[in-house]
Structures are given as C-alpha cells and as structure tokens.
Write a protein that binds this ligand. Sequence first.
Ligand SMILES: Nc1nc2c(c(=O)[nH]1)N[C@H]1C(S)=C(S)[C@@H](COP(=O)(O)O)O[C@H]1N2
Ligand SMILES: [Mo]
Length: 263
Amino acid sequence: MNITKRSAIVSVDGVAVVKEALKLLSRRIEQPARRAFLQRSLTLGGVALLSGCSLTDGDSVETALASISRINDRVQGALFDPNRLAPTYPDSMITRPFPFNAYYGESEIRQVDGDTWRLEVTGLVSDKRSWSLSDLHAMPQQEQVTRHICVEGWSAVGKWGGVPFSHFLKRVGADLNAKYVGFKCADDYHTSIDMATALHPQTTLALTYDGQVLPARYGYPVKLRMPTKLGYKNPKHIRAIYVTNIYPGGYWEDQGYNWFGGS
Ligand SMILES: Nc1nc2c(c(=O)[nH]1)N[C@H]1C(S)=C(S)[C@@H](COP(=O)(O)O)O[C@H]1N2
Ligand SMILES: [Mo]
C-alpha cells in the first residue's frame, strides 16, 4: 500500500472514531463496556488521525492536534474516577536525589520570602482572604510517597506533605461545581486543573518534601501535588489560586501540551 492511499484510509477511520466518541460522550458514559470501547478506540483512532494528517499539509496538523487534544481532555475527564487512588510507595523507593525541573535552569530557581508570602484566593469562592504559611500549617495535613511522571521522559518517586486540597477548597467556600481551578506562580508559570482532580483525596497543597520544609527547587513555599496528573500540571511556587468556569489554559498547555494531563 502506498503512503497516500494509507493516509486517506486512516484519516477516514480517525474521523469516524472521533464522531463515534463524541456521540458516546454526549450520551454520558455509564456502562463499563462503553467506557472500555471509548478508551480503546480513541487511543487508536487518535493516533490514526494524527498520522493521516501529518502526511498532508502543516496547517491542518495544528488544527487536528488541537481538536484531538480537546477531545482527549473530555475523554480523560469522563473516565477520571474521583475515588481511584494513584499507587503509593514505601520510603525506601524514594528517588535520591529527586530531580529538579522547570522551564528555566537551576541557577534561576525563584527565592520566595515565606514570611511575607500570602496565598491569594479569588474567583468563585465565598472567602477571598489571603492565607499565610502558618495559616496553612494550622490546617489538617497528609503525606504520601507517590510517583511524579514528566512528559520529558523521566519519572521519580517522592514524598510530599501538606493540606488536602479538598479541605482547602471547602474552607474558602469554593464553588465545587465550577469547572476549573487555576494557579499563578511566583516564576510566572501558570496552569489549571479540573474540579474533580482538585477534589481528589490525594491532591495536596504541599508544604513539605521528604519531611522537610519544601525546598526552593521543589517549589517553596507551596506546590500543588497530584499523583493523578503529569508533572507539568503540578504548579510550584504558587502565589494565587482562582476558581472559574472560563478555561484558563497554562504555560505548557498553551503551547500544545494536553490540558487534562492525566498520568
Ligand atoms: N512554577 C512552576 N511549576 C512547575 C514548573 C515550572 O517551570 N514552574 N515545571 C513543571 C514541570 S514540567 C515539572 S516536571 C515539575 C518538576 O517538579 P520538580 O522540580 O519538583 O521535579 O514542576 C512543574 N511545575
Ligand atoms: Mo515536566
């Protein structure tokens, strides 16, 4: 089979699969069989559509990628199980030293003054007061050893502790039916997550790393740690949190990384 012919076939398959997936999504995914079908076919169909388009013109590749990514977000959102826990590990499996990563090098790690730092909370919340580090330390705490997976091709096991984020959101009177929680960071990084993941029991407003005050390199004073999401969804050096129904995007998401970013 020559390339042109093959690309035409996979494109048609891809479009059909995407249409079927959208139909299923709009009917709500309830039965396990449907969920399994969707998960299987969209993965294959997405790849097929991608390879089909990449053999045609550059412009439509961008469009196809973006639309597949949006469908991918909806599928991941629909399949996300709010009660399913990510694996946890014994302390002996912690990766030492734990890797550093940011959109800049280690020499540019932000130094935030924890004494004057305040966590700003805005948007769809009833209590818009700002929070100090000691306010956050006075809230309930949880600690977990989980795996951080970065799209750049590495993963590492680490131990983060802090406030269960669902507790924090309830405490500030967040609209728990809102779609998004957005984060602005001291290094101008930004990202946003779906409310279901924000409320997941393992999602933690992390104040510690491996039992110590969160080091600057890992996001002092506060990082959102989610073992159900890829590394780039876990904002470090958070300075502001907002609850919204307007899609906020993110630093890497706006450059083409998938927004849901489940791991
Ligand atoms: N504020 C901020 N948060 C960030 C980033 C960043 O550049 N700035 N990089 C993200 C990426 S891509 C990864 S893999 C992790 C790295 O976290 P680590 O340094 O604790 O390994 O932070 C994420 N959160
Ligand atoms: Mo990453």
